[in-house]
Design a protein around this ligand. Sequence first.
Ligand code: NI
Ligand code: MN
Length: 226
Amino acid sequence: MQIQYLGHNTLAIKTSTHNIVIDPFINGNPLIEDKSILDSLEADFILLTHAHQDHVLDAEALAKRTGATIVSNYEIAMHYGAKDIPVHPMNHGGHWSFDFGRVKYVAAVHTSGFADGTYGGEPGGFVIEADGKTIYVAGDTALTMDMKLIPLEYKLDLAIFPIGNNFTMGYQDAVHASDFVQCDRVLGVHYDTFGYIEIDQQAARDAFAAANKQLELLPIGGSLTV
Ligand code: NI
Ligand code: MN
């Protein structure tokens, strides 16, 4: 899998057969000057962790342009299904095998209201298996003991954690999260986009290095491969 970081919690994942976009939020991201990257984004599936605006802002437009299927919790799926977008509803603890691989919707400790106050179900994260690799996209979450359930089932190749603090765990807790999921390779997301979540990137790298772990921080548009 190739994973491209498009700012905040937006990820463009290319498997050998499909394009998956996580939490598309380009138009509202003050760190992205050239919003036209949204126009060329390819998507067969759009996975939404929760209903907050900084995760779903561009989901409807992207789904309508690409014909992608939106995968999320039941309430979010129904929200987009009512807009004639193809959807696949899931809920916590469940797996589904898609054409590209298998997905599990897992717990997150956060909230999930839509911008207009509509209930957006309970927030989650995704474990994605494709091309013989397994990644965990935590979504917005606190450090939670539920993360310890993940290595009972999976051997992760990459964990993608929020590290910006205030609305989610900060990088110190993300070091513990890395222990909980038994994965030492971490991609940090959900930092520096707004004033509330600005971090000292070097301090974050140092905290991981002190625990003999690897924190990757990509420039917007940058990619890594698992
Ligand atoms: Ni959120
Ligand atoms: Mn968020």
